[in-house]
Design a protein around this ligand. Sequence first.
Ligand SMILES: [Fe+2]
Ligand SMILES: [Fe+2]
Length: 175
Amino acid sequence: MDHMARVAGLLGDWAQARGESSHDAARWVAAGFLHDALRDEDPEKLRRQVDPPFKDLPGKVLHGPGVARRLRDGGVEDVEFLHAISYHTLGSAGFGTLGFALYAADFLEPGRRVREEWRADLRQRAAEELHEVVKEILSARIGYLLERGRPLHPETLGFWNRLSEGQPWASASEY
Ligand SMILES: [Fe+2]
Ligand SMILES: [Fe+2]
């Protein structure tokens, strides 16, 4: 899907701009290419496959946990990486840097045609100001859900609370 290639491209650019190691840059790019790999899969099939905490999620949120499940079954043990993919739609208080970056890149990739100037501004700032940019995205997404009377998932609220408390991301020791 072009979307995943664009997300991966942004993540590669940001990793380089931030001076992440080549190992981490490769993880970031891989997360971009993989995060939506099962977006077109039958949600009820995914529901049977995902780990227990995800089984009751709305169908359109199951593709991330589904990808993480398959990667884990295939031998991937990188917990921060799998967590970032599992929660890329909802957000998570447990995100590491990679989770923040994937969450932002998924929302800011240049193929999205809504509020393009705003997105372009955030895209430019993301590498340097990842925490602030993610906070602005999350605020907009929560506002959108509230205006429409839609439910907020506890993980999304937990992500907001963590951001608002100024704790940027989970450290490696938290995994
Ligand atoms: Fe997705
Ligand atoms: Fe995506």
